[in-house]
Design a protein around this ligand. Sequence first.
Ligand SMILES: [Fe+2]
Length: 246
Amino acid sequence: MRLLHASILKEANATLTTSPSLLMIAASETLRLSLKIKELEEHQKAARNTLVCALNQLLDLKDLGTGAHSTRLAEWAVRIGRLIGVSEAEIYQLEVAAMLHDIGKIGVPDAILHKPGKLTLEERAVMQKHPEYGWSILRLFDSLEQASLYVLHHHESLDGDGYPAGLKGDDIPLGARIVAVVDSFDAMISSRSYRSGLPHDEAIRRLLAAQGKQFDAAIVDVFIPIAEKEVLNVFAATGTTSRVAL
Ligand SMILES: [Fe+2]
């Protein structure tokens, strides 16, 4: 795209230097080329968005239900980002990261991904490769560099007990800390073939218990009112109840 811009600007300069007397024509040509650049940028943006949606759909085909989970996460992550003052450019990176945070699961064998019940230590090690796999896909896009780092670190824990890098506190990128909170909450309330989702109140209790240890306390504080507000929608989508388990 940068090369294309340079070639278009060169074309505009050539027009101006070879026809200095035709300023009106040159001005109109410059305007036409500016509009062309804008149009190309819009096309590039649309192509990138289509690709993000296609990757999300691919994930849904691989692990049924994950795609819908990712879309829900993206909505929550964007709301948290706006509430804590994340810039619009970073909001886009956050949205993409939340939507594609588990894209690396494409590289995890189905026998592990769909295994009912607990994973062995070896299987868990393979599963825990998925943030790195996801990063290796997204880092290929110049415009998604930040999102690729959020994907890489979405299973880090504030106290350093997470993976893959064992980062602590603010060393974990903010976007990754946001994705970690919404991902964990959604995973807790979602039912799997081998277990039922937790009641909403219990999931909130666990978020609060891990506040400042696993999760960023400020992000949990911002997210809880969002989760409370959405309780009916969430439980309609996940098929769990809002009763607290005794
Ligand atoms: Fe994940």
